[in-house]
Design a protein around this ligand. Sequence first.
Ligand code: GTP
Ligand code: MG
Length: 205
Amino acid sequence: MAINFNKAEFILSATVPAQFVHDGLPQVAFAGRSNVGKSSVINRVVNRKNFARVGASPGKTTQINYFKIDGRLYLVDLPGYGFARVNQAEKQRWGEMMDGYFQDSTLLKHVLLLVDIRHKPSANDKQMYDWICHNGYEPVIIATKLDKLKRSQVAKSLKEIRIGLGLPKEGKILPFSAETKQGRDEIWALIDELTGLAEPAATED
Ligand code: GTP
Ligand code: MG
């Protein structure tokens, strides 16, 4: 049965790994540097303006926010990295949360890594990509803020992102704009595909 993305509820903000949700439902996690547009993508996916907080204060960067969709899966807003004004203790908390999340093999998760389509991936983006792969995941890349780039530059930028991250040939990149909603249908389809939830139920007869 198709996933109803309009049916979305905030569940909790985990600040320590003990609060992670382990209920057997699949989780689709959104990773990427602070300000790249993680919360904005989630808002668009669920068709709500201020659902996941946009432009959250740097103090919020160590939380992992869970949003339940249609009672069948979670969208997980991971804390952003690369925020300049974060002190050492906060960086360490961030690392512990991310390690805890990615190394917990009991979580059924899929990872989307967001990068800004206007820029070559930063050293932090590359490190994050490598680290996600190292943990056994194949992240799909969402190239955000598509509306801010001239159409003629899109193919070139996507290629630079692919090269910059070292994405394999079959690795997926989806361009997306929270402003124009371009790419939203593709993200819906991707979530359907990753979770397998939209498969027609087997008929009894
Ligand atoms: P943190 O929570 O700090 O990690 O940031 P985030 O990744 O959740 O980014 P957020 O969604 O809060 O977006 C950051 C800023 O970029 C906001 O001012 C958004 O309005 C803006 N923004 C996000 N996506 C887009 C987009 O597709 N187009 C444009 N023009 N602006 C965007
Ligand atoms: Mg956010």
